[in-house]
Design a protein around this ligand. Structure first.
Ligand SMILES: *Cc1c(COP(=O)(O)O)cnc(C)c1O
Length: 478
C-alpha cells in the first residue's frame, strides 16, 4: 500500500471533505450563540466518546469528522459565544482562521530564514509595526512571535538575565557571585512566577510588590523593597509591570515605574498581554503612557486581537538581546542565507521548528487594517462601559476601576456572605446562557465579567444583567 497516497487522499475525496467541513464549520461560526455556553463536565461520558474508536479500522472521513465536531460542540466551553464573559479567550476572528488553514497547508519551517523567507519577513514586519505603535524607535525594534504570554514573559526574563549578567549564557546562575532578584506586582500573572522557577532563579527570587485598592503596584513599596534587597547584598535586575492585570484589569503606573527601573538599572518589562491592544486606538492608547520607556513588552495577539490560540509577541528595543540569549549554531541547519543580513528565527526564540504564527496577525491587518483593529477595540471598550453602567443601575457594587472592559462586582448586602458570589456564579454557568468567573478581591470572592468577544453586544450585556438580577432575587428569597 502506498502510504503517501493514503494520507493525501484523492483530489476528489478532498474536495468532498473540504466542502462538508466548511459547511459545518460555517454553521458553527454563524450560529455560535445557539450553543450552550458551557457544557456539563461529565468526565465518564467525555472519555467514553473519545475512546469510542480503537483505531483498528479507519473510519470514513465524514464519520471521523462528525465524531470530532460532536465532541467539540458538546464538550467545550464555547469561548466564541457572545455571552462568554470570561477570561481573555476571544472568538477567533475570520482572517486568523484562514491564516491557520493556510499555514497548515504550506507548513513553512520557521527555524531557518532561508527555508521560509516570506514568512520570516512577514513576522519581522508585524513586530516592527506593533513596536512602532508602542513608541519604540524603529531601527532598534526586535522581537519574536511566541505561543503565548507565558512564553513571551519567559523570554523577557531570559533576555533580562543575559543583559544584566553577560556570563549567564555560559556559566549559568552558578557563575554569578551575586543573588539576582526581580520584581513584579502582587497581581502579576502566574506565568511570571513560573518563569522565575524555570530559569533556575526560583520563586524566592521574585518580589511581589503590594498593590493599592485598585490593584496597581505601589511604587513606594517597590522602592523600599529595592533598598532592602540592595542592603542585603542581592542584585536587582528586572522589573515587570502589568498593563492590564488578569484579575481586575489594573494598569500599573507605567511612567513612574519606568523612572524607578532607570534609577536602579533594571530591565523594565511590561506585561501587556491583554491591555496592550489599547495601543491601536487613538483615544485609548493614552492609558499605556510610559510603555515606550520599557525594554520589552508582552502582547498576546490571541487575546483582545482575537487571533486563534498560540499567537503572542515579545517585542524589545534591544536588537542584540534575543540573539545574545538564544544564539547557537548547529552544523545541520541550512546556511544558504548566511551571507545575507537576515536572522534565523531559531537563533532568536525558545522554539526551534515553529509554525508560521505571525500570519494570523498579518492577514488580519491586510483584511481589516489598523483602522479595523482600532474600531474593534473601541467597540469592545464601549460594550464594557455599558456593562458597568447597567450593573450600577441595578444596584450592583463595582469593586475595580479600569479603562479595560473588565468588571468585578458584588452586591453590597452580601459582602460578608462568602456563599453569595460562588452560588451566583455557579448558577450563571449552569444555566448555559452565559459564562462569568470569580476573582478574589481583599479576601472576598467577587463576580468577574469581561468583554472578551467582539460580537458581544448590548443584547448579551442586557441578558447577563437580567440573569444576574433574577438569580440575586432568588438567592434573597433563599
Ligand atoms: C493571559 C496572560 C498571560 C499568559 O498568557 P498566555 O497567552 O495564556 O500564555 C500573561 N500575562 C497576562 C497579564 C495575561 O493576561
Amino acid at each position: 500500500m502506498n502510504t503517501k497516497v493514503t494520507l493525501d487522499f484523492t483530489a476528489r475525496e478532498r474536495k468532498n471533505i473540504w466542502e462538508f467541513l466548511i459547511t459545518r464549520l460555517e454553521e458553527y461560526y454563524e450560529n455560535t450563540s445557539r450553543q450552550k455556553v458551557a457544557p456539563a463536565l461529565e468526565m465518564q461520558a467525555i472519555r467514553k466518546l473519545v475512546e469510542q474508536h480503537d483505531f483498528q479500522k479507519p473510519l470514513v472521513a465524514r464519520e471521523a469528522l462528525e465524531h470530532v465536531l460532536k465532541g467539540l460542540s458538546e464538550f467545550t466551553v464555547h469561548t466564541s459565544h457572545p455571552s462568554y464573559f470570561g477570561l481573555f479567550n476571544p472568538r477567533s476572528n475570520f482572517p486568523g482562521i484562514l491564516a491557520d488553514v493556510i499555514t497548515a497547508v504550506f507548513n513553512p519551517q520557521m527555524a531557518a530564514w532561508s527555508h521560509a523567507p516570506f514568512a520570516a519577513e512577514v513576522e519581522n514586519y508585524c513586530i516592527k509595526g506593533l513596536g512602532k505603535m508602542f513608541g519604540y524607535e524603529e531601527s532598534y525594534i526586535d522581537g519574536t512571535f511566541c505561543t503565548g504570554g507565558a512564553e513571551a514573559n519567559l523570554t523577557a526574563v531570559l533576555c533580562a538575565l543575559n543583559h544584566h549578567f553577560p556570563q549567564y549564557a555560559n556559566e549559568g546562575l552558578r557563575g554569578l557571585e551575586v543573588s539576582p532578584v526581580l520584581y513584579c506586582s502582587a497581581e502579576a500573572h502566574h506565568s511570571v512566577i513560573r518563569a522565575a522557577k524555570v530559569v533556575g532563579l526560583g520563586w524566592d527570587a521574585l518580589r511581589p510588590i503590594p498593590v493599592d485598592a485598585m490593584g496597581k503596584m505601589q511604587p513606594d513599596c517597590l522602592e523600599a523593597q529595592l533598598l532592602t534587597d540592595r542592603k542585603n547584598g542581592s542584585e536587582p535586575f528586572m522589573l515587570i509591570a502589568n498593563a492590564g492585570s488578569t484579575g481586575t484589569g489594573a494598569l500599573d503606573p507605567l511612567q513612574e515605574l519606568a523612572q524607578t527601573a532607570k534609577k536602579y538599572g533594571l530591565w523594565y518589562h511590561v506585561d501587556a498581554a491583554y491591555g496592550g491592544a489599547l495601543i491601536v486606538e487613538p483615544e485609548l492608547k493614552k492609558y499605556l503612557e510610559g510603555i515606550e520607556e520599557s525594554d520589552s513588552i508582552t502582547i498576546d495577539i490571541h487575546k483582545w486581537f482575537s487571533a486563534p490560540m498560540a499567537t503572542s509577541m515579545f517585542i524589545t528595543r534591544h536588537p542584540a538581546s534575543l540573539h545574545q540569549t538564544f544564539r547557537i549554531t548547529a552544523d545541520y541547519m541550512p546556511k544558504e542565507a548566511s551571507e545575507m543580513k537576515v536572522t534565523d528565527p531559531y537563533t532568536h526564540s525558545l522554539q526551534w521548528s515553529r509554525r508560521f504564527i505571525g500570519l494570523k496577525f498579518y492577514l488580519q491587518l491586510l483584511m481589516v487594517g489598523w483602522e479595523g483593529l482600532a474600531g474593534m477595540v473601541r467597540s469592545v471598550s464601549e460594550t464594557g462601559a455599558l456593562l458597568k453602567k447597567q450593573l450600577l443601575e441595578h444596584d450592583w457594587e463595582l469593586l475595580n476601576d479600569t479603562c479595560l472592559p473588565i468588571v468585578c462586582f458584588t452586591d453590597a448586602r452580601f459582602t460578608t456572605d462568602s456563599q453569595f458570589v460562588p452560588a451566583l456564579c455557579q448558577e450563571v454557568v449552569n444555566s448555559g446562557k452565559a459564562w462569568i468567573s470569580i476573582y478574589t478581591i481583599k479576601k472576598m470572592p467577587a463576580l468577574r465579567a469581561c468583554i472578551t468577544n467582539y460580537t458581544s453586544t448590548e443584547k448579551e450585556v442586557g441578558d447577563l444583567v437580567n440573569l444576574l438580577n433574577k438569580l440575586r432575587k432568588k438567592y434573597l428569597k433563599g
